[in-house]
Structure formats: C-alpha cells, structure tokens
Design a protein around this ligand. Structure first.
Ligand SMILES: *Cc1c(COP(=O)(O)O)cnc(C)c1O
Length: 395
C-alpha cells in the first residue's frame, strides 16, 4: 500500500483496490476449502483454506497496513483473535491486564487461562506505579484497552510500552474502540494490536470478526502458526463484509464522533444524569493523554443516571438506539453493561470497577445528532415524570 496518501484515502486505494486477474473493483470471494496443486513439489500459494485463503489474505494485508504493521490475521471473532494471541504464552507465564477490560477477555483470563497455569494480575492501567509493581519475573505481557469499556478510562500506551520493554514483556493493545483511523498502537511501540472487527471496523451489525496486526516478524510467525493450529479463522464471505465496511470507516467515525460529543454535552447538562464518561471532555482525567496518542475521542460514551431504577424506564422509552449488546455500528446502540457486556463478571468485581447498576453505554451511529438528542430528551422527560408521579403516590 502506498504511504504517500492519507489514511482516509488508503482505505480505498490500496493493494486490493482491484483484482489483479480480472480487474474486478471488489476483492473476489474465494469460496474454496482447498486448492489444486500441480504436483507435490509445487504446492502453489495456497493449499488448504484454514492455512490461507486469498480473500482472507486481502483483509489481513489491509489491516496490517492500516495499523502500520507488517502482518495481519483475521479470526472468527474478536475473542478468537484475543484468545489465540494469549496462546503465545506458556504455562508459568504471567500477564498484567487492565482491570476494566472487555467482559469476554476478563472471562477468558479469569476462567480459562488460569486452568492452563497462566497467571494474571488485574491492575488499574492508568496508574503506572500500580502497573510497575505488578510486574513479576515471569510477566510476559502487559495487556491494554484504551479507552476502556465501559468507563472510557485512558491508558498511556507509550508509558506502558516503556515499562514493558524495560522488563522484557510484550504489549498487547485491544484497539476496538478507536480503530486505526483514530489510534495506531504499533506506532507507539506496542507489539500486537487486537480488534473486534464486529464493531467499528465492519460497522454494520452484520458480521462477527476479529483481527490482529503486528510489526514483529517473530510474533507474526508464531501467531500465524497458532492461527493455523487453533483454526478459528474468518470465513471468506465474512472477510469480504469486513473489507466492505472498512472502506467507509473514516467517514463513519468522523460523523459518529461529532455526534457523540454533542450528545455527551447534552447529557452532562441534564439534571437526571449523574456523570458522563467521554474522553473528549477536557474534564476527563485522561483527556490530554488521549489527545496525545489518538486523533479523536471516538463514538462511545457512558453515563450514569442518578437513580438506578430509572435505567429500565429510559431504555424502554428510547425510540432510536437499538437496545443491544455491541457497539460501533451505523445505528446507535444502547447497552446496559451490568446485564450485558459485563454480566460474566462477578458482581463484586464489577462494582469495584464502577460498573454500577445505573450505568448505560451509548455507541453513537449515523442518525442525525439532533434526532438522537431529541429522543434522549423525551426519554429522560418521561423518566422524570414517572419519578415525580411515584413520589406523589407514596406521599
Ligand atoms: C466486542 C469486543 C470484543 C470481543 O469481540 P467479539 O467480536 O464479540 O468476539 C473484544 N474487545 C472489545 C473492546 C470489544 O468491544
């Protein structure tokens, strides 16, 4: 891919802008599980599709290039990408990981890796002293998610990378919330970037997919081996859908981020809202670090209602956002972390992380921000009226 163009242009004009053989202006979906071999001395570029498929390879090349890496990998889901990457570790190794990591990643570490003798310490990644003191002689990976989910805490990627390098550890970054459009961890020294491409990268709530990218040839080789060994690869059709979604990534994120900022401001001025979490606010404790390491605040925000009991009424009253698990789509998605993304976390751990019962997360889509704000305004008005009514009845 040519580096002379900006990221926005490179989403469209890259090595796969047309098919070399036919000139088709869309990557062909190569629906084959195996490939003819002329003879056993000449297997050709592809043999069996778990090991390699041209459609998947096009997506893998694309994510590698967009993340400023040298090698990319496409997996059946974000969790497949993440769990396969953890297989780079061995029995007796230790990982230091953000305590407010994605619920599925938490479950993988807490319930699964543990059984294979891989130890972990959850830390507040925004506190570098805490990170440094969690590193042990057998620590192999520092695992970051920034902004974190659902509280949008910001970790200083460069600072953690520095700690990792000084201690012979790798740094993995889950870049799902930002995408390479807004943040490129490999450029900041990270070793491996991971994605749930289900979210912003594919962007249309129509595919579950995971991606990984690295700029280290040793890691690329090991991860390629693991991808083939575990076999949780992304199918050709789904690869194509992710590539189609990628083309509009930049303009989708621009629009959604602009709207998210307006909505975050609206909510923070509302009397029924206790707190709004959005890294674009200068009052957000991580805002300057975030501004340094990324080029936008993104399209996800969380907010806490003053009364936990109002969550149900509000989520039922809103007309526009889809009430669902997920984020990063063309349609806005409202979710309830306590019962959805973080339901797999023990309650005590969840509350310790501030994921209380009054917290809602909003992933802003491509609707008009005015319509979204009007919808929220109406919903909150209803919640307020219900509250006044029940107060009158109980008096
Ligand atoms: C959704 C998500 C994942 C898991 O990805 P799947 O595609 O659902 O397997 C991992 N990390 C983050 C930050 C996510 O939002």
């Amino acid at each position: 891919m040519t580096d002379k163009h900006t990221f926005q242009t490179r989403l469209l004009h890259n090595d796969h802008k047309f098919d070399r053989q036919t000139g088709a202006v869309s990557v062909p979906i190569q629906q084959a599980s195996t490939f003819h071999q002329k003879d056993f001395d000449q297997p050709g570029d592809y043999d069996y599709a778990r090991s390699g498929n041209p459609t998947r390879e096009a997506l893998e090349d694309t994510i590698a290039s967009l993340e400023s890496g040298t090698k990319g990998f496409a997996f059946a889901s974000g969790m497949a990408a993440i769990s396969t990457s953890f297989m780079l570790l061995s029995k007796g190794d230790h990982v230091v990981i953000s305590e407010d990591v994605y619920g599925g990643t938490f479950r993988m570490i807490y319930n699964v890796l543990h059984r294979f003798g891989i130890e972990h310490t959850f830390v507040n990644m925004t506190d570098l002293h805490e990170v440094a003191s969690a590193i042990q002689p057998n620590t192999k990976v520092l695992y970051i998610e920034t902004p974190s989910n659902p509280l949008l805490n910001i970790t200083d990627i460069k600072a953690v990378v520095k700690l990792a390098k000084a201690n012979n550890c790798l740094t993995f970054v889950d870049n799902t919330f930002m995408t390479p459009s807004l943040q490129r961890p490999l450029e900041l020294g990270a070793d491996l970037v991971l994605h749930s491409a289900t979210k912003f990268i594919a962007g249309h709530s129509d595919v579950v997919a995971g991606l990984a990218a690295t700029n280290r040839s040793d890691l690329a080789e090991e991860l390629g081996f693991l991808q083939n060994s575990f076999g949780s690869i992304l199918g050709a059709h789904d690869c194509w859908l992710v590539m189609r979604g990628l083309k509009t990534l930049d303009c989708r994120l621009k629009q959604s981020s602009e709207s998210a900022e307006q909505i975050a401001s609206f909510l923070s001025n509302h009397s029924l809202v206790d707190e709004v979490y959005y890294p674009g606010f200068t009052s957000h404790p991580g805002s300057s670090t975030h501004a340094y390491q990324s080029s936008g605040a993104g399209a996800v925000l969380s907010f806490r209602l003053k009364n936990e009991a109002d969550v149900r009424n509000l989520s039922q009253k809103l007309e526009l956002p889809v009430f669902a698990v997920s984020l990063g789509a063309v349609e806005s998605i409202l979710s309830y972390p306590a019962k959805m993304s973080h339901a797999s976390m023990p309650e005590e751990e969840r509350l310790k992380r501030g994921i209380t019962d009054g917290l809602l997360r909003l992933s802003v889509g491509l609707e008009s921000p005015d319509d979204l704000i009007r919808d929220l305004e109406k919903g909150l008005q209803y919640v307020g009226a219900r509250r006044n009514l029940s107060r009158m009845v109980s008096n």
